[in-house]
Design a protein around this ligand. Structure first.
Ligand SMILES: Cc1cc2nc3c(=O)[nH]c(=O)nc-3n(C[C@H](O)[C@H](O)[C@H](O)COP(=O)(O)OP(=O)(O)OC[C@H]3O[C@@H](n4cnc5c(N)ncnc54)[C@H](O)[C@@H]3O)c2cc1C
Ligand code: FES
Length: 282
């Protein structure tokens, strides 16, 4: 096992300053940072995350929410929860953050070519899925059916609403949105996102599902796909969110049993982590 003083480890532990090009408020508690890498680009794959350091405050894992084919800047969509994410939310254009990464396993976009792609997001879980959606759209002929299902609390909590609308207008993507609680202006579906699964067409034997959202939503969605639609458990991919420190498999902070969430994940096949969903992070 590597130690914290080895040169390769020191490199990966050293944040690189990225300039904030823009800050976009998405929802009342959610914003997107557009970040400029110092050397013109950052290569990453859909589903990967970086460690973002708010100088003087702390460092947190955040998924990349932009297209991996347009990597001259990256987007990271963040919900304000505590000290670090609030500090990141106070940044202005021209400020700097420290970035390490990208880290973690990607969505299996290469391995699943030729299959139906069922992408199911809950709340801010749409952000880590968006690069996979972009990749499928940019390489549309690589996949058969493309279905995007999104559930969130209220119509005001719909993330990336404009893009969801644009995807909904395309004939080569099936896009459906549901909210837990409707308001007067909402004409769409009401209820949990799993209710949408029975309303869309896909071939269970040839489907891969990418699922990201609160753990309870991922569990219920995976079980619905397995029991209700006969999707094979190993064809369902989910993400694990646990507190992290090093993100390179050294500190053990994210370790559960034999798995490090930071290096063996955060994207996992469902059977590999189903039992971990009940265990709260430290
Ligand atoms: C691989 C990975 C990718 C992530 N991607 C995103 C993303 O794209 N956008 C985003 O907004 N957030 C993302 N998160 C969650 C984000 O890292 C946490 O919200 C952040 O660390 C909170 O830090 P804080 O200092 O602001 O709040 P803290 O003061 O640390 O925490 C505030 C509250 O959030 C809870 N919390 C802290 N960390 C986590 C966590 N990892 N998961 C769930 N709850 C947590 C705490 O228990 C507490 O209730 C990701 C986490 C991981 C592990
Ligand atoms: S965060 Fe250090 S081992 Fe995963």
């Amino acid at each position: 096992m590597e130690t914290l003083t080895e040169p390769a480890v020191i490199d990966q532990m050293t944040p690189i300053p990225f300039r904030v090009r823009s800050v976009r408020e998405e929802l009342s508690h959610t914003f997107t940072l557009e970040l400029e890498p110092p050397n013109g680009g950052l290569e990453f794959r859909p589903g990967q995350f970086t460690m973002i350091y708010a100088f003087g405050i702390g460092e947190v894992p955040i998924s990349i929410s932009s297209s991996s084919s347009k990597a001259t800047t990256i987007l990271q969509t963040i919900r304000r929860t505590g000290a670090v994410t609030h500090a990141l939310g106070r940044l202005k254009s021209g400020d700097y953050v420290g970035i390490r990464g990208p880290f973690g396993t990607p969505w299996p976009m290469q391995q699943i070519k030729g299959r139906d792609l069922l992408i199911i997001g809950g709340g801010i879980g749409l952000a880590p899925l968006r690069p996979a959606i972009y990749q499928a759209i940019e390489n549309r002929s690589d996949y058969e059916r493309l279905v995007v299902l999104y559930g969130t609390r209220t119509p005001d909590d719909i993330l990336f609403a404009r893009e969801l609308r644009e995807w909904g207008e395309r004939t080569d993507i099936t896009t459906m949105i549901t909210v837990d609680a409707a308001d007067r202006g909402w004409n769409g579906a009401v209820g949990v996102v799993t209710r949408l699964i029975g309303r869309v067409g896909f071939d269970p034997a040839n489907t891969t599902a990418l699922v990201c959202g609160p753990e309870i939503m991922m569990t219920v969605t995976a079980e619905r796909l397995i029991d209700g639609s006969s999707v094979a458990p190993e064809d369902i991919y989910v993400t694990m969110e646990r507190n992290m420190k090093c993100a390179i498999g050294v500190c053990g902070h994210c370790q559960f049993g034999g798995k490090f969430i930071c290096t063996n994940g955060a994207v996992f096949q469902y059977p590999a982590v189903a039992e971990l969903f009940d265990i709260k992070g430290v």
